[in-house]
Design a protein around this ligand. Structure first.
Ligand code: ZN
Ligand code: ZN
Length: 365
């Protein structure tokens, strides 16, 4: 991955975003820009300088991983060290006037911000920076796409494992544990989020947690899971029926499947995220199920499980080749059950490609 190029391109847009310096503290952004994968560090950028701060636990790792930035090992917290470094060199950043220091306001606590402002002093104006790194991260390069694809393939194989263990009488927690064990033994660094295996009435909770209740027959089980592989996340949902599906269960399942298919087919460069959401919603409305689709259609995936763009109503962000998004409509009938089907979709020049595609036909166990 060309970290140097990422840094240079960000340094090149600081001025047009009315910033003299940018302090990057959100670790996925730090990793994206300079390659550091540890759990403490901050990257300070000016038009000419890139300096990475971390503590003594990461001396060896930082020297091995960080590309394109100078490494400073500090005894203090990385943020405080970065603030002191810039405060002692205002002339290196701007020759005269106050320096505009951008911070990632959505990730910093109020205390961090106040502390930072007091350390850098009155020569600096600390202000929230626009989401420049998040925006750059939406377009994946070929190496990122291969990593995401590999993570998606692994998630696909985990569903096979689920089908082997999910039966009436097994608990949701047991199925989740199997999935996570299989993921780790297959090489995953971890799960990209806490595995969701929810059955029966609880499958109507879009983000329920697996419980110790045995799975009952005559209901759906929503299985939503993903892994982290080489730093990149995957995300997939399949919903299976335990027992003999009723007519209503079949009807709702097919409606969700149709909505997902239509939304996937609508993905192409130039479409807005809101349009893809609308396609999924319209199909479910046509089946009289619109009001039971209670969340957005999808989200970007990469170094983080939820990142830009949001595939939701009214989102004007335009899809571009290289984006990776999920398409995951769902229908949740309170007190009864829920159905969700989710795949990861790469936006390509020609349209789209479902990553590690697999059947979405209704499976009953
Ligand atoms: Zn998911
Ligand atoms: Zn998702």
């Amino acid at each position: 991955m060309d970290h140097q190029a990422r840094l240079i391109s960000l340094q090149g847009v600081l001025n047009q975003n009315r910033l003299d310096a940018l302090l990057v503290s959100h670790l996925p952004n730090v990793r994206y820009l300079c390659g550091f994968t540890g759990s403490a560090g901050a990257l300070l950028l000016t038009e000419k300088a890139a300096v990475f701060f971390t503590d003594g636990r990461y001396t060896t790792q930082a020297r091995a991983e960080v590309r394109g930035a100078r490494v400073v090992i500090t005894r203090k917290a990385s943020l405080a060290a970065a603030a002191e470094w810039i405060a002692s060199r205002p002339g290196r950043v701007v020759s005269k006037g106050r320096c505009r220091l951008g911070v990632e306001g959505q990730y910093l606590s109020l205390e961090d911000c106040l502390q930072l402002a007091s350390t850098v002093g009155s020569d600096f104006r600390v202000r929230p920076a626009p989401a420049l790194v998040e925006e750059a991260r939406t377009i994946k390069d070929s190496e990122e796409i291969e990593r995401i694809r590999a993570a998606a393939v692994l998630a696909g194989s985990l569903f096979e494992r689920i089908l082997k263990v999910l039966r009436r009488g097994t608990t949701e927690a047991e199925v989740a544990a199997e999935v996570e064990y299989a993921a780790r033994t297959a090489g995953a660094e971890g799960m990209s989020f806490s595995t969701i295996i929810v059955s029966g009435e609880r499958s109507a909770l879009p983000h329920g947690r697996p419980g110790n209740n045995p799975i009952q027959s005559n209901g759906f089980v929503v299985c939503d899971f993903g892994v982290i592989l080489s730093g990149y996340c995957s995300d997939r949902t399949r919903t299976v029926y335990v027992g003999r599906p009723t007519r209503e269960a079949r009807r709702v399942y097919q409606a969700v499947r149709e909505a997902q298919q239509a939304a996937i087919e609508s993905v192409r460069p130039g479409r807005t995220a809101g349009e893809v959401d609308r396609v999924a919603r319209k199909v479910l409305q046509g089946h009289g199920l619109g009001k039971y689709f209670t969340h957005s259609t999808g989200h970007g995936v990469g170094l983080e499980i939820h990142e830009a763009p949001r595939i939701a109503a009214g989102q004007s962000e335009v899809l571009q080749s290289g984006m990776v998004i999920t398409v995951e409509p769902g229908v949740y009938l309170p007190g009864k059950w829920g159905v969700r089907i989710e795949d990861m979709v790469l936006v390509t020049e020609q349209g789209r490609e479902v990553l590690a595609p697999s059947s979405t036909e209704l499976i009953a166990v």
